[in-house]
Design a protein around this ligand. Structure first.
Ligand code: HAM
Length: 422
């Protein structure tokens, strides 16, 4: 039997790792420059954490979670997102003691049992942030600035920003009533899922991807902007004003509710036309009630998360090439098995001094070892043979310019450092 990866999952092979590392480094550096601190949470959590926070009637909770019972019959779920685990950690470890505003970030694999397609996987990776403690619009704006800074530093372009406010439970109450009223006459034209959601959690109908349902919403559904209470309205106006002032282009998408129940007021998404149907590069918003709902003190919060695979897809399409940051420096060539001891001693010495080194473990001929060094685009080859041993020297070849020199063995590190500096 031949084993292959499970549907919707993929191996990240050495060739791709160069881009992954590059992207991860840009993310870490940008997070530091925005003063966010890294947090890492377990791969699985109690199922209830996700059901309570993401919402029982969302696609994630009803269809997509990988849930299992452990030996003690506790129901556990591989994390499908990270806002709830980070809020759980914030409450559990009383992270408010770190200061009135906890600015946290993460890079992690997540799991959703979705139908795989281009840009949609069952195991995928997100980076994201949760800023817990500020109720103010400038915090929402910082999230958008941060999302944009990462894309700018990486060099991708051609994305648009969608913005909305989903209000708070007060304004949503009136809105939901009007929404139900407006859709009632078309109820039998909506899909089964939408009809179910109409009863249980009407705003979730906007997650429906069916063309027919979407046309009906477009035509009939009221927009929440018309129902925002004074607080939510002012908050949203301030977010837009700051973005205008910063010269940001964005569009308002009045039906963008996002697929998770915890949002209040601002929501946003970055959309890339390079991505096809799964076009969201990142998404987030404010969730002022979640900390309290999960058992903490009332604490406003906002955050966003972004798919790394989707970012890499856009980089690929836009031909953003990433160089291997640390190519191999030295390839040591023993000219026969009798020189393997000397080669091992030398390679150990160089590696301990911080050089990246390789030697042949296949006992190949001088010619094949040279060919291998060329294939690996190494900077120097170092040859150890009879002549060299007699004279206490080694032969170093600079593979970039072809210059070959014989130098005292003890001087090798200085020689390499001096030549690398030039
Ligand atoms: P989300 O919109 O579910 O939000 O996911 C955020 C991003 O993760 C998406 O925009 C997309 O780039 C990527 N993504 C989601 N599902 C998949 C998938 N199956 N395959 C590949 N990429 C995917 C959240 O997860 C919220 N927790 C974001 C947030 C943080 N809101 C506040 N704080």
């Amino acid at each position: 039997m031949k084993f292959t990866t499970v549907k919707g999952t993929r191996d990240i092979l050495p060739d791709e790792i160069i881009s992954w590392r590059y992207v991860e480094n840009v993310i870490h550096d940008t997070m530091v420059s925005f003063n966010y601190k890294e947090i890492r949470t377990p791969l699985f959590e109690k199922t209830e954490l996700f059901a309570r926070s993401i919402g029982e009637h969302t696609d994630i909770v009803t269809k997509e979670m990988y849930t299992f019972k452990d030996h003690s019959k506790t129901k556990l779920t591989l994390k499908p997102e990270l806002t709830a685990p980070v809020v759980r950690a914030y409450i559990q470890h009383n992270l408010s003691q770190l200061g009135p505003l906890a600015k946290l970030y993460y890079i992690a694999p997540l799991f959703r049992q979705e139908r795989p397609q281009a840009g949609r996987f069952r195991q995928f990776h997100q980076y994201g942030v949760e800023a817990i403690g500020s109720p103010y619009p400038e915090q929402d704006v910082e999230l958008i600035l941060l999302a944009k800074a990462i894309y700018e530093r990486i060099g991708i372009s051609g994305y648009t920003i969608k913005l909305n406010s989903v209000g708070d439970p007060v304004c949503r109450k009136d809105y939901v009533e009007r929404l139900k009223k407006a859709l009632k006459p078309s109820l039998n034209l909506l899909c089964k899922n939408c009809r179910f959601r109409y009863d249980k959690n009407p705003m979730r109908i906007f997650d429906c991807k069916e063309e027919r349902c979407r046309e009906i919403f477009q035509e009939r559904a009221p927009v929440i902007a018309d129902f925002l209470c004074e607080n939510c309205k002012q908050h949203f106006e301030a977010v837009k004003r700051h973005l205008d002032d910063l010269g940001f282009q964005y569009t308002i998408d009045p039906h963008m509710v996002r697929g998770l129940d915890y949002y209040t007021s601002t929501t946003f998404e970055f959309i890339s036309k390079e991505l096809g149907a799964q076009d969201a590069l990142c998404g987030g918003g404010r969730y002022d009630l979640l900390v309290q709902e999960l058992g903490g003190k009332p604490t406003p919060a906002a955050g966003f998360a972004a798919g790394i695979e989707r970012l890499l897809m856009v980089m690929n399409r836009q031909q953003i090439k990433v160089q291997d940051e640390k190519p191999l420096q030295v390839f040591i060539i023993p000219m026969g098995v009798q020189f393997i001891d000397s080669a091992l001693r030398l390679i150990d010495r160089l590696r301990n001094k911080g050089f990246s080194c390789e030697m042949d473990h296949l006992r190949r001929s001088l010619k094949s070892q040279m060919r291998e060094a060329n294939r690996q685009k190494v900077k120097f080859t170092v040859i150890i043979g009879d002549e060299e041993m007699k004279r206490g020297t080694i032969t170093v070849k600079n593979m970039e310019n072809g210059v070959q020199e014989s130098i005292p063995e003890q001087k090798l590190e200085d020689y390499l450092l001096n030549t690398l500096k030039k």
